[in-house]
Write a protein that binds this ligand. Structure first.
Ligand SMILES: *Cc1c(COP(=O)(O)O)cnc(C)c1O
Length: 382
């Protein structure tokens, strides 16, 4: 039901519990489950997800920024939170006071953090990212060793974890590059161990690696997209079959909905919307939807996308406007004011998957869901 909202996002708690349960079943005893809630929890709602994740099975939460960690804690998350992105010097006192765990990639940050921790008589848990071939954040060789040593010898820093991130597991069914990255990760860890440094928590696996390769689990896994019930890619699905692993019946957590706000007849030969990009070839019935590109219904969906109304597909006609979209409901019987419209999700026998929705405007579901606007209300359903 719409309530007072023109558009809203439904979050299934049952689906979230189910997905985290699948990961839990696939993990060895004692392995931790970190769920990334960065990017507004992949568009699902940062505060909403932070509040329920621990009771749904997450042991740790992962965020990109200090601000996200603060929102998560203020929403009630008391579990360990790891900041996976850069923390500015200005933010370090907050990190220490809040007991957050952080990734560090340079000695200036490590030193500053140690100084602040000392002043507050606290200790900060640090995770180092080992460069293995993704070549974004991360360190290798001498740089890694120097930083690891300075953290290891600091009284106010604890080198709690070391991690890495795979470049292409979800892009291919050929996992030789990932295997090479895993070897580099292990070599990096061995090098540290030779110097007496043995981080307690090693972690490497995002969704695809978590599902496909048990040997990447170490002491913690970090599945993001699949915690929310979406497959990283088709290739991951195929790889799982090829590996002969048991199935992973993920359930999408998110649905996106709106309502019909007007239905009207338009005669043949009329144009629809800005730019007159669509012209009717017959008399049609048009439904007006109160959402547009401002609401995250991408302009690339103009004359391309479809929505579900009364369990049937209604194609978009004309350009998506700032707050309005027009769809053709000629062949759907009895469409009425305030009928529920599904933009992403299931209705009756039909389903619009986040993957299809994203592909209609030339992107991937990761981007499509994470960019769903903050102003849309998130509501929990069973
Ligand atoms: C985002 C992210 C993940 C989660 O990746 P998915 O493909 O969504 O599972 C894991 N680890 C790190 C470091 C990340 O930044």
């Amino acid at each position: 039901m719409a309530g007072m909202d023109l558009t809203w996002i439904e979050l299934s708690k049952g689906a979230l519990e189910h997905n985290l349960g699948l990961f839990r079943e696939s993990m060895a005893e004692g392995v931790r489950l970190l769920v990334p809630i960065k990017a507004n929890a992949y568009g699902h709602g940062l505060a909403e997800m932070a509040r329920v994740m621990p009771s749904c099975g997450a042991d740790w939460l992962g965020v990109h920024s200090l601000q996200e960690a603060m929102i998560a804690q203020d929403a009630g998350a008391t579990c360990p939170i790891l900041v996976l992105g850069y923390v500015p010097f200005e933010g370090m006192e907050e990190v220490v006071r809040r007991g957050l765990r952080v990734m560090v990639t340079n000695w200036e940050s490590a030193e500053a953090l140690a100084r602040i921790a000392e002043a507050l008589d606290e200790r900060v848990a640090v995770h180092l990212k080992i460069e293995t071939g993704t070549n974004r954040q991360g360190l290798q060789g001498r740089d890694l060793l120097i930083l690891a040593r300075s953290i290891h010898t600091s009284k106010h820093l604890v080198l709690e974890g070391c991690y890495t991130h795979f470049a292409n597991i979800e892009d291919t069914t050929d996992h030789s590059y990932a295997k090479m990255q895993l070897e580099r990760f292990e070599r990096g860890l061995e090098m540290l161990e030779k110097h007496g440094i043995r981080p307690q928590i090693r972690h490497a696996a995002a969704s695809a690696a978590s599902m496909l390769f048990r040997e990447t689990h170490f002491e913690m896994i970090r599945p993001g997209i699949s915690a929310y019930g979406l497959w990283p890619s088709r290739e991951t699905y195929v790889s799982l079959l090829q590996e002969g692993r048991s199935s992973f019946p993920l359930r999408p957590v998110l649905s996106w909905k709106t309502v019909v706000t007007q239905v009207k007849e338009v005669v043949a030969g009329e144009y629809i919307g800005y730019g007159c990009t669509y012209r009717t070839t017959r008399g049609i019935r048009l439904a007006i939807l109160p959402i547009g590109y401002y609401d995250g219904y991408d302009r690339g969906l103009s004359n391309v996308g479809y929505v579900l109304i009364r369990g049937q597909r209604a194609p978009v006609r004309g350009r998506i406007c700032m707050n309005l979209t027009m769809v053709d409901v000629t062949d759907i019987g009895g469409v009425d004011l305030e009928d529920e419209v599904v933009l992403i999700g299931k209705q009756g026998e039909e389903e619009i998957k986040a993957e299809s929705f994203a592909s209609w405007f030339g992107t991937i579901h990761y981007e499509a869901v994470s960019r769903l606007p903050h102003h849309i209300r998130r509501r929990w359903v069973a």
